[in-house]
Write a protein that binds this ligand. Structure first.
Ligand SMILES: C[S@@+](CC[C@H](N)C(=O)[O-])C[C@H]1O[C@@H](n2cnc3c(N)ncnc32)[C@H](O)[C@@H]1O
Length: 280
């Protein structure tokens, strides 16, 4: 019999989602694009960088390799531990990871960072207006924020995984703001405006991340099904309604259709995202 400790703190569903499974297994398929993106950020030695929603350091570690002084913050304890282990294995003393919530960075002082980077990270935190405010607050005047956000309705991989998954999942709780709204330019402008940043300091471009795996597209879907919290939840919800096979068929078709690898048995899938740059 299981009992619930009445003194136990309530579960934070945002944290539970990302601690579920093992996102490091997905991150391993994204490392190359992360290096390319980091290489485009104009990072110089000694620059102070906050990498928010950093996971196990897919962008934080390349930032540190360029000589920046990097703090990675993430809500998931397992990913923070994985990031610190990677930094230690690589002998990177200028990169550390700690637990925190993008919507409340109260442990960090105002005007601390030259650059705040959040690639598919802060977009997943609830309370987007607080997230924008916190990112602006910890960035020094003259500094920059760079976000990578998936785009709702986009035909490429991740937006489609999330769209298909939603059709098999129960409706979100009242007041829930979809993370995908961070991929809508007007919403992004409104959030940064509320944080005190005028529209002309926010710019947008479409960019691409490539998922690469030595396994087949169906095997890559297997990795998402086993290790990626949002996909795990979608399979659980579909199973509860006897629709698991339908969900699997839709996702399997998606992964196979989007694969462009010319190597038999391997997978290369490009996904489009909105790159947001904010001059603070
Ligand atoms: C799709 S992963 C991306 C991780 C990493 N940026 C990368 O590129 O591999 C989303 C990350 O956002 C983190 N995250 C979600 N909600 C968060 C929050 N409220 N505060 C901080 N991190 C959060 C998750 O734990 C997860 O590591």
């Amino acid at each position: 019999m299981t009992t619930t400790d009445p003194a136990a703190p309530p579960v934070n569903p945002n944290k539970a989602l990302w601690q579920k499974g093992d996102f490091t297994r997905i991150a391993q398929t994204m490392r190359k694009s992360a290096e390319t993106l980091v290489g485009s950020l104009g990072i110089t030695s000694g620059m102070k960088i906050l990498d928010l929603g950093c996971g196990d350091g897919t962008t934080a570690i390349p930032e540190a390799r360029l000589g920046a002084d990097v703090l990675g913050v993430d809500i998931a304890a397992n990913l923070v531990a994985a990031g610190n282990a990677r930094a230690q294995d690589l002998g990177l003393t200028n990169c550390r990871f700690e637990e925190g919530d993008a919507a409340d960075l109260s442990g960090l002082a105002d005007d601390t960072f030259d650059l705040v980077v959040s690639i598919f990270g802060a977009m997943f935190a609830p309370r987007p207006f607080d997230v924008a405010k916190e990112m602006v607050r910890v960035t020094r005047p003259g500094g920059r924020i760079v976000m990578g956000n998936w785009i709702p309705g986009d035909p490429t991989l991740v937006a489609q995984i999330l769209r298909i998954s939603a059709t098999y999942s129960p409706p979100p709780p009242e007041g829930f703001v979809s993370p995908m709204t961070w991929g809508v330019e007007d919403d992004v402008i409104e959030r940064f405006a509320a944080a005190g940043v005028p529209r002309d300091r926010v710019s947008f471009e479409r960019d691409t991340y490539t998922f690469s795996s030595t396994g087949t597209p169906s095997e890559l879907l297997g990795v998402f099904r086993t290790y990626y919290g949002p996909t795990m939840n979608a399979y659980d919800a579909a199973a509860a309604n006897g629709r698991e096979a339908d969900l699997h068929a839709e996702l399997d078709a998606l992964f196979n259709e989007q694969n462009t690898s010319e190597t038999d048995g391997a997978t290369t899938i490009a996904a489009t995202f909105l790159r947001v740059t904010v001059d603070v």
